[in-house]
Design a protein around this ligand. Sequence first.
Ligand code: SF4
Ligand code: SF4
Length: 396
Amino acid sequence: MKDKYAWVMDALSKAPLLTKARAVKHFLMGRNDYIKKERHADMDAVIKCALCPNMCKFDCPVLAAEKNDAVSPSGKMRLAYFIEAGYLSSDDAFEDMYKCTGCNACAQWCPFDFSVGDLLKGVREDIAEMGKAPPDIVEIKEKLEERHVMYEGERKDYGGHEHGSVLYFMGCEVSSHRDEIANSMIKIFESIGEDYALMDEEWCCGSPMLNLGFTEQFKKFAEHNVRAIEESGCEVMVCSCPTCTHIFRDIYPQHGFNIKARIMHSSEYLLEMAEKGRIKLRGESKQAVYHDPCVLVRKLGIEEEPRKLMARAGVDLKEAEFHGKDTKCCGRGSGLESTNEDIAKKIADARIEELKQHGDVIITACPTCKSAFEEGGAEAYDISEIIAMGMGNKDE
Ligand code: SF4
Ligand code: SF4
């Protein structure tokens, strides 16, 4: 036992005696003696992470932007432990629980494979049940419940049909801010004669609800979407947003919601169409740098598809210094721009600066990353725009 937990002793060696005694007792005896109530947070993981010497902190974009150890990965878990144990109830501590992009950079380095972004979901659920969620977080939840999409405003009518073999799920970012991505996908579907459908009433995939700790509300979004997807009669569902793809593909089934259709990210679908010869590309020569979206590469493992697709489109794609699974977040993961706009902007600026060293034009495969870069003053495109611009189908 002593050898097994030697690393804990090392980590605690400089702590005051009382802290040492409490921490070791909590760690070795388990949570049940100390935290009587049922918790949504995985307390064993929270405690292990809280006691870790913050091994992954060098790669946390929030810490890099804030330069405050309280919002480092282990720092957040230490605060989470004290919140869960009832030792801490300051507004600042609760607010720090929402300072995370869910980028999973910590999980890349963690010896326990923890993602602090994922651990925080249970902590936030407990905070919501304590009635301590910060007012701006409650407001996001209430607005989402009221309008069923993240952002205000009427959704543009793109025409199309509600039934078809390929359903295009736009996601909140595209339907509210990235008209050009919706138009590109629709142009592609029409050019190749796809039997595509658009939802008449597309709700958010529910990811913000789950992230912010409102799991029961998330399930209502899942229920609605699964029903609407079934009613469309689709065999394939294509999403522009990596988070929507991940939520539908991996998270809905964990909550008992199964979608029969094949769920594809746009990079997978477009590459498949190009390989089958349905999308014909003129192969014009362009130069750009590629930004790997965190969720796409780290949660969905989609790394090669956008690169192969861009090669077929004739793009000379440069690699950023931090690419593939070593990518850096655009700053908007987990809706950080809605909860902590300043931090999101600092993270985006840092990523833009790095990407610009490799090219003036950025190509990515996530509408939210595109928004972060464009609003940060960079020229950025989604892969679907490059394909729509480079298609030869209509001229043949
Ligand atoms: S996520 Fe893993 S590596 Fe990072 S602080 Fe927590 S336990 Fe340590
Ligand atoms: S998920 Fe990303 S932002 Fe959140 S703690 Fe881990 S590295 Fe930091």
